[in-house]
Design a protein around this ligand. Structure first.
Ligand SMILES: [Cu+2]
Length: 106
């Protein structure tokens, strides 16, 4: 009886995680670097960039099929994108070319 209840709970949890809930993955920009420098996500998740620096940043991706450009992002400002497509793409800053983030979407 106890075993049956535990199994039922596990199945319900797996269904919840696998389907309905989109995650918001936060990437911090600080000291002209991304934290983390790589992120794993699922289609439907959002990627939110925060700017903890005193400088303006400008996130973009030039990866074929995943291009975007968020424009200037002031200190303290948040910007988000929704991940609509599976694949791996690079995010860089137009102002600080040493900033690199790799995002893998499944
Ligand atoms: Cu920058």
């Amino acid at each position: 009886m106890v075993g049956k209840i535990a199994l039922g709970g596990a199945v319900a949890l797996a269904l919840t995680v696998g389907t309905a809930w989109a995650a918001d993955i936060v990437v911090e920009q600080q000291n002209k670097a991304f934290t983390p420098t790589s992120a794993a996500a699922q289609v439907g998740d959002t990627l939110t960039f925060t700017n903890g620096d005193l400088y303006t940043h400008n996130m973009f991706s030039g990866t074929l099929g995943h291009e975007f450009n968020l424009g200037g992002q002031s200190p303290g400002e948040k910007k988000s994108i929704t991940l609509t497509k599976a694949g791996t793409f690079e995010v860089e800053c137009q102002i600080h070319p040493r900033m690199h983030l790799t995002v893998t979407v499944k």
